[in-house]
Design a binder for this molecule. Sequence first.
Ligand SMILES: Cc1ncc(COP(=O)(O)O)c(C=O)c1O
Length: 392
Amino acid sequence: MSGVLSGARDAINPLRQLTLDQLRQRTSLKWREYPDDVLPLWVAEMDVPLAEPVARAITDAVARGDTGYTAGTAYPRALAEFARRRWGWDGLAVERTALVPDVMHGVVEALRLVTGPGDAVVVNCPVYPPFYEFVAHAGRRIVEAPLGEDLRIDLDALEEVFRRARTGGRPAAYLLCSPHNPTGVIHTADELAAVADLAGRHGVRVVADEIHAPVVAGGARFTPYLSVPGAENGLSLMSASKGWNLAGLRGGLLIAGPAAAGDLARVPFEASVSTSHLGVIAHTAAFCDGGEWLDAVLTGLDDNRRLLAALLAEHLPAVGYHPGQATYLAWLDCRALGLGDDPAAVFLDRGRVALNSGSAFGTGGDGHVRLNLATAPELITEAVRRMAAAVV
Ligand SMILES: Cc1ncc(COP(=O)(O)O)c(C=O)c1O
């Protein structure tokens, strides 16, 4: 790419707009958990200014004093249109959606619809740590089906676990992370169809957490779980939260396949009325008008994945990194560094860089760290410099 073109691209890259001083003024978790000498590349927040259409929608609402309870179907309609444009999927029926306060509370509501207390919830470890905590808090039992060596779903292992989970005919659910956090793997349409077939044959209900769906690498294609054959009784959670950095403006949608409409109708009143009206306004604006901004972020993330791979090859060649095709998270295998089960503790202590400890992601996570790529290239460069300095 020519210098002029890449200069123009950098100018619009939301990941390059904020200085470290500006970021340190933030009061959210990413920037407040650690002291100022620590570079925080951990929790899934993005170091970007708010997308202009989203900022405008919220400030307009605030100017109107429009801060009451939420109403209407603008959010599912916006997401249905986005799904049509981005993923070529026209199966998101507005009448088969329910607002939820956020994705994890939506996951819990979905699991409550299809399982009872003490029933099994299958997850593909290593996986997003709150899956363990929220499932336990909901009184269900986590059963791990480890990913394969290639970090993809191991269908044989999954079948074995489905069989065990259904012992005695008890209900069971499969909490699918799609795309997968922390590996960034996008499950293919064929893999998802195989999952749906397996779940159908074993009577396991699928709940797909698709929060990262908008965040895909250039040239990659996300397939919504509910769009594959056999997924008719599936449930999905979607949100603009990750794509547009809206965790502080919470909101999410629970979406039912055609054969799960009856389940969705049982979502309790108290779950569906707890969504923030400002959150709904923000998420709706993101899905309606935030496409161009999202594309600029995605281009920046493509650059950051390449940058991280080059930096690791140069400074920490023993670290294993397979750039994912989705999410802004990088899953780093640090086992060859000899730093023990929790290399994140060493990088924090000696390198003053905060990453997520792989151990929290369940079986298979020891010796790994998760690094958040949604930041300026300069900060990724500095983070790898600090990590390399921590191991010598
Ligand atoms: C897979 C996954 N699900 C859910 C969440 C959290 O979503 P929410 O804040 O809407 O509960 C995250 C946040 O990073 C995530 O990675």
